[in-house]
Write a protein that binds this ligand. Structure first.
Ligand code: NAD
Length: 513
């Protein structure tokens, strides 16, 4: 298979026919590519531009702690240029026929799939996740374009008689306006496409601010959107080390009507307060603390398979990651033994190595946080079944870890671990499992394992979470509404009409005729 990606409309390149190869990076099919090609500047108004400050941000490979390349560090001025570009592009994009918008989105999907090896390698390099996880992410991320290409031509309104019989009630759904999209480092492709695709389908123009740890994927995708036919100014991408002031300046511009944020609950709260100043519509996909509940009657092998996915996808760096594993006393010991066996057998290594099953964490700080949480649990009496000590070699590695006897007041019961650590808590009754599952300010995802479907459904109904998986370890699906309750967020992404509705506003027309 050959890689034939083009990076920028103005610079068609192919690794065999002209790309300037300065690094030894290869994609999943051993085709070399140049990482510097993904760091040509901010992407504003269809152009690659240097930052007005001239400053740059180093992008570090978490597997080796070496610098991969650097990207532009945007200023407030750059952010305002992006808003200008998005405002200029807005009228013609909202008037572009839905069928045409749909075809462009479909082309984005096709190009992402065509270049999935390159994109997966890029994600693995800058994020550190195992290639198999990165491939899964690219497929998931691309699917938001296919799904929303289908949604773009299915936006319909409402028409009815007013109860008084005096007039018709007509409801039209219109694009909400310019959207600021902010995404985290843990899914650099999917968190962006989960916002960009529905926004574009609805007829909005956007400014994406990806996390500064993983900007290369966002820029590689920007080049793909341009190639797919997304007009200049419809998608703008900027990276910055100064996210507070840069975002505040955009939110202060009255033309910006939407903030869609994925990240931590703490930053989400700050942004909600800022957005309130201009009464900007907010969608918030925030942190999680997912309970993973296994009843005595569960299929043990299936529960273990599910736990490995729910805990270890992305090496535990997922908002939906199983953060607290509640296992009923009758199956507890067999579950602990099975999970420890599987966790200890995982190959830990550099993300972009084919054999790797568990890559590094994103930063040294992330490893230190995990270490603190594990030490706290140990100090409070938890037993380490495997792992439990940070690895010393180069790279931000933490080993797959299983803990038992974690007391309910351990810090890791209340905070996101965001790493490959599975704390197992023993429980006895259904009521106890439900009340302990709900002992958190978060409410994003939860997992329930039982062969008794009526019990599983009853428990699913009582757990306070936006998403529940029954007898499976994966819940995310572009065709289903993703989102949380309590402090895990506001709004939904994906799903039939849910995701796209976040980028539209209802306009009611009272008509007498
Ligand atoms: P983070 O909140 O630190 O950063 C997220 C984004 O916000 C980044 O782009 C960052 O640069 C930006 N940011 C930081 N401070 C800002 C400010 N003052 N103003 C504007 N932007 C600012 O989160 P993170 O560490 O990148 O990601 C991990 C968190 O994201 C976890 O809590 C995880 O649960 C959450 N997450 C949630 C979902 C979901 O769908 N609910 C998905 C993925 C990750």
């Amino acid at each position: 298979m050959t890689a034939t990606w083009r990076l920028r409309p103005s610079n068609f390149q192919h690794e065999k026919t002209g790309m300037n190869i300065t690094s030894s990076i290869t994609d999943g099919n051993q085709n070399p590519f140049d990482l510097d090609a993904f760091s040509q500047g901010l992407y504003i108004d269809g152009q690659w531009r240097a930052s007005t400050s001239g400053n740059s941000i180093s992008v570090v490979d978490p597997s080796t702690e070496t610098t991969l390349t650097s990207v532009a560090d945007a200023t407030v001025e750059d952010a305002l240029l992006s808003v200008e570009a998005a405002a200029r592009a807005a009228p013609s994009w909202r008037d572009t026929a839905p069928r045409k918008r749909s075809e462009i989105l479909r082309r984005c999907f096709e190009l992402m799939i065509e270049r999935s090896d390159m994109l997966a390698t890029l994600i693995s390099k800058e994020n550190g996740k195992a290639l198999r996880d990165a491939r899964g992410e690219v497929a998931y991320a691309a699917e938001f374009f296919r799904w929303n290409a289908e949604e773009a031509v299915r936006i319909s309104g409402e028409f009815g008689m007013a109860p008084a019989g005096t007039n018709r009630i007509i409801v039209d759904y219109q694009p909400i306006g310019i959207c600021v999209l902010i995404t985290p480092w843990n899914f650099p492709a999917a968190m962006a496409t989960r916002k960009i695709a529905p926004a574009l389908a609805a007829g909005c123009t956007v400014i994406l601010k990806p996390a500064s740890e993983t900007p290369l994927t966002a820029y590689a995708l920007a080049a793909i959107y341009a190639e797919a036919g997304v007009p200049a100014g419809v998608v703008n991408v900027l990276t910055t080390t100064n996210p507070g002031p840069v975002t505040a300046a955009m939110l202060a511009d009255p033309r910006v009507r939407k903030l869609s944020f994925t990240g931590s609950t703490g930053v989400g709260r700050t942004l909600l307060a800022e957005a309130a100043q201009n009464v900007i519509s907010c969608s918030m996909e925030l942190g999680g603390n997912a309970p993973f509940v296994v009843f005595d009657d569960a299929d043990l092998e299936n529960a273990l398979d599910g736990a490995m996915v729910a805990k270890m996808r992305n090496a535990g760096e997922a908002c939906t990651a199983a953060n607290r594993l509640y296992v009923q006393s009758g199956i507890h010991d067999a579950f602990v033994e099975g999970l420890a066996k599987r966790m200890s057998a995982l190959v830990v290594g550099p993300g972009a190595d084919h054999a790797t099953e568990c890559g590094p964490m994103i930063t040294r700080k992330a490893v230190e946080k995990i270490d603190r949480l594990v030490t706290d649990a140990k100090d409070r009496g938890a037993a380490v079944i495997c792992g439990g000590v940070a690895l010393q070699e180069k790279g931000f590695f933490y080993p797959p870890t299983v803990l038992t006897g974690v007391p309910p007041d351990a810090k890791m019961a209340h905070e996101e671990i965001f790493g490959p650590v599975a704390p197992i808590y023993r429980f006895h009754t259904e009521e106890e499992a439900i009340s302990r599952a709900n002992e958190t300010e978060y409410g994003l995802a939860a997992y329930v394992f039982s062969r008794d479907l009526s019990r599983a459904m009853r428990v699913a109904g009582k757990i306070e979470a936006g998403m529940i998986a029954i007898n499976r370890g994966l819940v995310s699906d572009p065709a289903a509404p993703f989102g949380g309750v309590k402090q895990s967020g506001l709004g939904r992404e994906g799903g039939q009409h849910h995701g796209i509705s976040e980028f539209m506003e209802a306009k009611y027309i009272a008509a007498s005729f």
